[in-house]
Design a protein around this ligand. Structure first.
Ligand code: SF4
Length: 343
């Protein structure tokens, strides 16, 4: 694992100076041009963007014209590019720039990122390329290149890995931060490619690359899509008798948290009338129901969203095990999902 990425800076900049593509939006580095091109490139291939970009800029040459364009014309110019919210956000941001920035594109990362449709990557790209601000611009290409350089098998789709990559790069950003960011992206597009085998023999960074050295380029980057978690609502009952004993029950032997203990609970949230009805149906005689709190617990595949109620009972129901708080903490395994309701 190479911790010191510092070595890549000069060879990368030298390679970029000789090999950079001659895109029309690179010619003048005007924020308006870089902005439009970066938004178009977000979900579209470079070849397709070239045509759209030229037509867009000739029809809407500046921020003012974009801010005043009719929606019909704007969407017509965008037709075929897809993800039309990108076009609407461009117009919205152009209007913001006209109203709040006197028509001048904001020149710092912290202001740029406030504009509609602009995230960390795009703000970093514009701030570094147009204003040489020392900020990173980490897209999929950059994540891949850095993961291979460092020989990292961490999942590049995780936010914490992106953050770590930003931090690593922030430490080595040279004065020409825009060139550096663009160079990394372009190296990812042309040499350290996503599909097929990277062209390591042509790569200016191979002397510093762990994946190349250890023959790991086919395994890195690791990309595992985070699972979509199912959301479940639960109502938790803290049934408490007059001595302060609390009702628990054992979870089923199979499935989530199997064999552990839990507080009685039901699926979904309920109205006060429904709560009373549920308790009556379960033959729980009570004197008081008090809402306790909202809580959340996240498992790998499921999120529980919970509302808890403290219910003071007249007598212990035989359907549950009644334990003191001390017994509960000493003897009975109670998962964190439920432990948070103990006061
Ligand atoms: S040497 Fe190969 S794997 Fe390493 S950065 Fe260059 S192209 Fe990517």
């Amino acid at each position: 694992m190479i911790n010191d990425l510092q070595n890549i800076v000069n060879p990368l900049l030298e390679w970029f100076a000789e090999n950079k593509s001659d895109f029309s939006w690179r010619k003048d580095r005007l924020p308006y041009h870089v902005w439009i091109s970066e938004i178009m490139l977000q979900q579209t291939r470079i070849e397709a963007v070239k045509r759209y970009y030229t037509r867009f800029i000739s029809e809407l040459p500046d921020i003012r014209s974009l801010s005043e364009v009719s929606d019909e014309k704007l969407l017509k110019l965008w037709e075929g590019l897809g993800y039309y919210s990108r076009a609407r956000n461009l117009k919205k941001s152009a209007q913001t720039i006209m109203q709040s920035y006197n028509g001048v594109f904001p020149n710092t990362y912290s202001e740029i990122i406030k504009l509609s449709g602009i995230g960390e990557y795009t703000a970093g790209a514009i701030a570094s390329i147009c204003f040489n601000e020392k900020v990173t611009a980490v897209d999929g290409n950059v994540l891949r290149v850095v993961a291979r350089l460092c020989g990292s098998k961490e999942n590049v789709l995780l936010p914490e890995v992106k953050k770590d990559t930003q931090e690593k790069l922030q430490k080595i950003l040279p004065e020409q931060s825009g060139n550096f960011n663009e160079a990394l992206m372009e190296l990812g597009e042309k040499i350290c490619v996503a599909k097929g085998t990277p062209l390591c023999q042509k790569c200016p960074l191979r002397d510093y690359c762990t994946a190349f050295k250890d023959n790991l380029t086919a395994e890195i980057p690791v990309r595992i899509k985070p699972l979509k978690r199912k959301k479940e609502e639960k109502t938790i009952f803290l049934l408490t008798d007059l001595q302060g004993n609390i009702a628990v029950e054992k979870r089923p032997q199979n499935g989530l948290l199997s064999g552990m203990y839990q507080f009685p609970n039901t699926e979904n949230f309920h109205t006060t009338e429904q709560l009373q009805q549920i308790l009556t149906e379960r033959q729980i005689s009570f004197t008081k129901i008090t809402f306790q709190k909202n809580a959340k617990h996240i498992f790998t595949h499921i999120e529980w969203h919970m509302k808890s109620y403290v219910v003071t009972v007249k007598e212990q129901s035989k359907n549950f095990l009644w334990v003191s708080k001390a017994e509960l903490s000493e003897k009975y395994p109670l998962p964190t999902a439920f432990r948070q309701f103990l006061v």
